[in-house]
Design a protein. Structure first.
Length: 116
């Protein structure tokens, strides 16, 4: 079975989240926060990663995997390609792929999940 999930968010919404460290730490991992804060405009990257997590939650739900934001980490490989790590045994037999995008006002992500 193949499933997809998508999510989009207004980037400006993440301006307030940048100022609230506790909220930021509830939705992103330390590695994700470090990556985003290293960018010239962190809120675009925060929004894109949040979208990717939401999209992944949606795609995983079709495979009966109950994931939450804290179970999912979006990192980039050595080539800059976003990769997904889900810290749940139920996701071990699944292939997880994600694509992120953003412009000045909107962030978007699509997740694809399928059986190995």
């Amino acid at each position: 079975m193949i499933s997809i999930g998508v999510d989009c968010e207004e980037i400006e919404r993440f301006h307030k989240i940048l100022e609230d460290r506790r909220h930021l730490e509830r939705i992103l991992t330390p590695n994700e926060i470090e990556y985003c804060l290293s960018k010239a405009d962190p809120k675009k990257h925060l929004a894109a990663r949040f979208c990717a997590k939401e999209a992944m939650i949606k795609a995983l739900s079709y495979h009966k995997v109950n994931a939450a934001l804290e179970n999912i980490e979006i990192l980039n490989d050595a080539n800059g390609v976003p990769r997904v790590r889900v810290n749940l045994d139920a996701a071990n037999d699944l292939v997880l792929q994600v694509s992120l995008s953003h412009c000045n006002t909107i962030a978007f992500a699509q997740a694809i999940v399928y059986d190995k």
